[in-house]
Design a protein around this ligand. Structure first.
Ligand code: NAD
Length: 457
């Protein structure tokens, strides 16, 4: 029987409404795994596909590797037969809705690397069939959905005589998951979606509404792609402003930028507080500005404002290291013998994610400057095995004890995890370099505290 134009749309919409649509997720990381847990938890048969066989094995054993997801959640959706993880793409052929949640890094020259999106799209194209809905979730530059994913799918679709928006559907819906955020969950964080056609938007919205309370449709994937970059670049620019003003306060002396921000935040409208720090980390904020500036160059447009914010934020580890070296110079210890304890390896508080963490850059810079006696403590990151530039970082986290503190010439606070005894640090560290204002409201001898942006850094 030949299908009428409306049928695939009606079919997928009915399948979603009846919870008969099979969900496929490509990439089971910070974005893909929570999505899989949500759909499977809502009674949709969900298949997660990842090239990383260690992740697939962990999930098959009911073990979560993402802190916001309890292993019990994985065990529940596995025992109800709603979820399975695989490293065989062919298992995804039965999926009606496929989410692409793969990484979008930058190249060595800081150009976008959409090769993961390309290879995921190629895999989908091979088994593309009538009625399928594909939703790209990876953060990327405007036109990726229509300029990269669609042409790959179209090549196969033409052979199979499938037309987008009629026979199969394609949309972009950026992810807003905020690892470690206890207030906003996947369900309660509104999300944006833009389809290649109006029908694509309609079907994708319906699919997303199964797990998210508020779905905001926009007129195209390009609008959705651009709004995601706006969200992340907004953060990058405002953090850069805080970092620049913090450095000015240090130069001037006598003004703590932390007190300034706290005061400004009493304004109930027109101001959002952003704080300085040792540098940006994670997979999004350090990278996304480069996606937009690369795209802008193709239009002979220089995003000088955005690029400047990236440069300011990237200079922060250098600024912190200069502060540490000045602090060592004031101590009766030679640089090569100074014992430095870094508190925090994760890029932000209460997570274990070390991707692009400023701590790694700071270790590299300190080693390059001849500091060899470096240790770190982080309750979330038991060990480090990373290459940073040409520096190989192989370290185990030490326990934060009175003895460790007393033996260190300087303690540098780089991540303000909640689960840390900062009073112990205040009581027993000889000198504290605080880049997060973690020592605020503690009884610390001001003589032994150097606060980034505190007017004495
Ligand atoms: N982490 C966040 O908080 C966050 C928030 C919003 C958006 N994003 C965006 O979402 C995307 C994914 O980020 P993430 O943090 O989940 O990354 P991640 O590295 O945690 O997970 C990506 C997963 O994809 C797998 N993978 C890569 N190529 C694959 C392929 N061809 N087939 C199957 N699996 C493949 C990897 O093995 C990995 O497990 C990125 O574009 C990122 O910018 C991330």
């Amino acid at each position: 029987m030949s299908l009428t134009i409306a049928e695939p749309e009606k079919n997928i919409a009915n399948k979603i409404a009846d919870k008969e649509a099979v969900i496929g997720i490509i990439g089971l990381g910070y974005v893909g795994l929570p999505l899989a847990v949500e759909y499977a938890g809502k009674g949709f048969k969900t298949i997660g596909y990842d090239l990383d066989t260690r992740k697939v094995s962990a999930l098959s054993d009911g073990i979560s590797y993402i802190e916001d997801i309890d292993s019990s959640a994985i065990q529940n959706i596995r025992s109800s037969d709603m979820f399975r993880a695989t490293s065989e793409f062919d298992s995804l052929t039965e999926a009606d809705i496929i989410f692409i949640c793969v990484p979008t890094p930058v190249t060595a020259h800081k150009d976008p690397d959409v090769s993961y999106i390309r290879s995921a799209s190629q895999a989908i194209a091979r088994t593309l069939r009538r009625g399928q809905l594909i939703i790209l979730k990876s953060t990327t530059y405007p036109d990726t959905t229509e300029g990269v994913v669609l042409p790959i799918l179209e090549e196969e679709a033409e052979i199979k005589e499938l037309s987008v928006g009629k026979d199969y559907f394609l949309a972009f819906s950026p992810e807003r998951v905020d690892p470690g955020n206890k207030t906003f969950t996947t369900a309660t964080t509104p999300i944006v979606v833009g389809g290649v056609t109006a029908e694509c938007t309609k079907v994708a919205k319906k699919a997303l509404e199964q797990i998210i309370e508020q779905v905001h449709p926009v007129s195209s994937p390009r609008v959705a792609e651009m709004e995601k970059l706006l969200e992340n670049i907004f953060r990058s620019v405002n953090i850069a402003l805080a970092n620049e003003m913090a450095q000015l306060c240090d130069r001037m002396g006598g003004i703590s930028f932390w007190e300034v921000v706290e005061a400004a935040a009493t304004k109930p409208f027109g101001f959002m507080p952003f704080t300085p720090g040792p540098g940006l980390g994670g997979h999004c904020i350090p990278i996304d500005p480069y996606y937009l500036s690369w795209l802008a160059r193709r239009y002979d447009f220089e995003t000088s404002f955005i690029t400047l914010s990236a440069h300011t934020n990237e200079s922060m580890p250098f600024y912190v290291v200069e502060g540490i070296l000045r602090a060592i110079a004031d101590q009766p210890v030679r640089l090569s013998e100074a014992r430095i304890l870094l508190l925090g390896a994760a890029f932000k508080k209460n997570v274990s994610d070390i991707r692009h963490s400023p701590t790694l850059k700071i270790i590299e810079l300190l080693k390059n400057r001849g500091v060899s006696n470096i240790s770190y403590t982080d309750p979330w990151v038991p060990s480090l095995s990373e290459r940073q530039g040409t520096t190989l970082i192989e370290m185990e986290s030490v326990d934060l004890t009175r003895e460790v503190l007393e033996l260190s010439d300087i303690v540098v606070i780089l991540t303000d995890h909640d689960d840390v005894d900062y009073q112990l640090v205040a009581d027993h560290a000889r000198l504290i370099v605080d880049t997060r204002n973690a020592m605020a409201n503690l009884n610390t001898d001001p003589e032994k505290l150097m606060l980034l942006g505190g007017g004495d850094f």
